[in-house]
Structure formats: C-alpha cells, structure tokens
Design a protein around this ligand. Structure first.
Ligand SMILES: [Zn+2]
Length: 475
C-alpha cells in the first residue's frame, strides 16, 4: 500500500490519490471529465443530496424536473447568458439520420429550459413566489484539466430557480439561500466564506453573484456553489410577468442557487489528511465499520457479536458496515481509514466475552461502547467526532487568511489574502496578476478575524471608497 503524496506540498497529487484510494469514483470511463459513480461514491452523493433536499425544502422550495435538451431558439434569448456559455455547450444537431430544424443544447444549466414554462405558470401575484429546484445532470464542455468532483463535464447539479414579485423579495430569497447553505455546510462541517463576485466574474446574465468559497490550503480556494440575483434580466426576454393587485403587469425578479458534487470534492479536500479521506457523519457512506477479530481461540464469538452489533445499528438508522472478510484486521483498519469512515468498532474475543466493543474514530480517539447501549453510545461517539472534525477545519480556516498591504506582498502568497481595493476593474486585474490568481470579490459576511477600516487600495493607493476584498488561487 503506497503512501499518499504530501497534502501540503503536493496538494493536487494528494487529492487525486485520496479520491482513487477511497474508491469514490472510477475515472476510467473513455470520455474525459465524465466519471463513474462507484457504489461507495454514490452512497456519499446520496447522503449529500439528502442534506440539500432537507434544507432547501425547509425554505419552501419544491422539487421539479425539466428536460435535458433545450431548443437553440430558447437558449439564444438572453444575450449575456448565451455569450457566457457559448464555448461550453454540447449540441445535439441530428435526430437519427436527419438534421434537426432547430438544434438542441444539452443543458449547461436550466434557466433557458425552465423560463419559457415559468412564463406560462406565473400569471398573477397569487402565483408568487415560485420557488422550485431540481437535482439533475448538466453538461459543460470543460477545456481546462478535469478533476474528479472539482471540474467535470457531466455535472451532478442542484439548481434552485425562483420568481419573486420585486427586487426586495428577490434580495430576501438570496438571504434565505445563504441561511440554507449555512445549515448545509454545518452538516458537512465545512467552514466557508460567502463572497460577492466582481462585475467581470459574475454569472452570465446576473445582476450580482455571491459565491460560497472554501480555502483548501496555501492560497487555493474552491467555489462550493453560488447564489445569483437576476433582477429582470431573464424575465424580460422570457416574458415572465404577473398581474399585480393594482391590475398592472409586472416582470418578476428572479434568483438561482447552484451546488454540485464539488461539495464532495471540498469535503475530501478540507477534511482529508495524511491517511486519506475523512467524512463527517452526516454524509459518510458508512458511519461505522464493524470488524471482527478472530484470534486462534476466538471461535465464533467475535463474528457473532459483530453481526449482532451491525444489525442493531442498521435497525436504528445508522449506516453500519460489517467487514467480515478474511483479510488481516490491520489491512481492514487501513482501508477504512483511507476511505474516511468516522468510526470503527473492533470485536475480538475479549470484547465478545465482555459485551463491550473497542471504538476508534477516524481522528484516532479510542474508547469502549457497551453492547447493551450500543446505538446510544455510537451516536455519542459520532457527535464527538463531528465536533472534533469541525474544530480541526475551523482552525485551518482561521489560519487560511492573511492581510496584505501591497501588491509586492501578494507574489508567492501561502494563504488567501485580504486586501484593500478601490473597486475598479483595472486595480482588480492588477491584484489578480500580482497573486497569479483571482480577485474573488468582497465578503458578504464577516471574516473569521475582524478587520479595521481598509486603508488605501493596494493597487492605486486611492482611499476613497476602498473596501476589503479577497484574493486567492481558485482550483
Ligand atoms: Zn485601486
């Protein structure tokens, strides 16, 4: 069993090795950027989706599903939008042997699939708000190097689309999405920062975009998702109007909220360590692995006790897996640690006789759990583990940012940088050149360490209107 590359000095090699070793995906599919979801990876994805569904439905959103193919005529209605996706869409131009009259776009995202139908659904102010979401595959012809979960061509995509009566209600929906994401990230034990993207980096067609960024070591960041306010930018070309109480016709204001399997990539990237992946219990494919240790005189006791324990955990809704194979216990420990299972229960002769199992969590904390109080004590161990994992991630998050007061300081940054910025695009690009990355934008929520007033812009020295901005190297 080969050792993993060093996470700090060879991050991407480490990431790829962990994804491979933990068997979350199989990258051998013959189309680049389209990964096979393995049984273990699919389990993780299903748990992840369950968190997204739970939290978005708590805010009054309903599931829908729209077709994957969009007529080019609908796709072309919003000019900024099509310009933004032109180089990334897959086309369907033939039906069998016949050229299609109207070529079809394989959805890169679903605005242009949904909005002609929204124009039919929304008639009156009583039809608002319209809050719907879908979890579907979308397709983007990615030209940069693809990475499992982080940059793919077939995306497992969560997208919420809403119609609101006016700009203020749409702003309120953005706030509601930010709060929903806070609760999702809590389940993933992921610290992150919501950042309003600069004008030149917002979603094509958006009024503004807020991205959810997580630092993943050095100056690197990973965008976990994004929330957009569209104002009337889509409702006008698609004719989504309603009759207001005073009888006038008004265009709706729209918002969207997008997430993807990048969350899984972020969980691996943020929580993973020298031993491999580490899953918080809410999304762990298996929360507990039970390993019987048959010694020379152990007889049937350990396997029988391990089986009983696994079944009990199952009955109480815990995702437990019995590894009763004939490998050495040490090899099993190693494999499940690499795969990131939060808690291991070991059952040898001593444990079988005393009806209390040895527990070892993925961060190395050892203990014993009484078989008679098994589900209760396992739930406690998992909660303790989640708290410790969150504390470790929070410490890394706090250390991931530092301020810089000149462009020269940005070169070779080993953390994400906080700089004063006057807001001009020209200075923004100078900051990007200096850090060899991107100006991610301005924080929507307070930074982990409170900052004073921003001084002069690091690029031009202007003090008028300067604000704190975040610069890093997005993966
Ligand atoms: Zn400036």
């Amino acid at each position: 069993m080969a050792e993993l590359p060093d996470k700090r000095t060879a991050f991407m090699d480490w990431y790829l090795a962990v994804v491979e070793a933990s068997q979350l995906t199989d990258k051998r599919y013959p189309v680049k950027g389209m990964n096979v979801w393995t049984p273990y990876g699919f389990r993780a994805r299903r748990q992840l989706d369950a968190v997204l569904v739970r939290e978005i439905e708590a805010t009054g959103s309903a599931a829908v599903e729209f077709p994957a193919l969009i007529p080019s005529t609908e796709f072309a209605k919003e000019r900024e939008h099509i310009k933004g996706f032109d180089a990334q869409v897959y086309w369907v131009t033939k039906g069998g042997l016949t050229d299609l009259d109207i070529p079809l776009v394989l959805r890169p995202t679903s605005e242009t699939a949904m909005y002609p139908i929204f124009a039919v659904w929304v008639r009156s102010h009583r039809d608002l708000p319209l809050n719907v979401y879908q979890i579907v595959n979308t397709f983007r012809y990615e030209t940069k190097t693809t990475r499992p979960f982080i940059r793919v061509r077939e995306i497992h995509f969560f997208e919420e689309h809403t119609c609101q009566a006016n700009e203020a209600h749409a702003t309120e929906r953005v706030r509601s999405n930010l709060a929903a994401f806070r609760r999702m990230a809590e389940a993933f034990a992921l610290p992150y920062l919501p950042i309003r993207r600069p004008e030149w980096d917002k979603f094509p067609g958006a009024f503004y975009s807020v991205a959810l960024d997580a630092p993943v070591g050095e100056a690197r960041t990973l965008q976990l998702g994004s929330i957009h306010h569209y104002r009337e930018n889509f409702s006008r070309p698609y004719g989504i109007r309603y009759e207001a109480p005073d009888g006038s016709q008004q265009y709706v204001h729209q918002t969207t909220f997008g997430l993807s399997e990048r969350l899984l990539g972020a969980i691996v990237a943020v929580h993973g360590d020298a031993k491999g992946a580490v899953f918080p219990s809410a999304v762990a494919p298996y929360q507990v692995v039970v390993i019987p240790i048959p010694g020379s005189e152990a007889g049937e006791g350990p396997l029988r006790t391990a089986t009983e324990a696994t079944e009990r955990l199952h009955r109480h809704g815990l995702r437990a897996h019995l590894d009763g194979g004939d490998e050495r216990p040490g090899a099993k420990y190693y494999r499940w640690e690499t795969a990131g299972v939060p808690l291991r229960l070991e059952v040898g002769r001593r444990e079988a006789d005393s009806r209390s199992l040895t527990s070892v969590d993925r961060l190395g904390t050892k203990g014993r759990v009484a078989l008679d109080r098994l589900e209760h004590e396992v739930a406690e161990r998992l909660a303790e583990f989640d708290r410790a994992l969150r504390a470790r991630a929070d410490a890394a998050f706090a250390a991931a940012f530092s301020t810089a007061t000149s462009l020269a300081e940005l070169a070779g940054s080993t953390t994400v940088r906080i700089v004063a910025w006057c807001g001009s695009e020209e200075c923004g690009h100078r900051i990007e050149t200096a850090i060899d990355g991107a100006l991610l934008g301005t924080p929507e929520e307070p930074l982990p360490t409170p900052l004073g007033d921003p001084g002069p812009c690091v690029a031009c020295g202007a003090t008028n209107g300067s604000r704190w901005a975040v610069a890093g190297r997005p993966l």
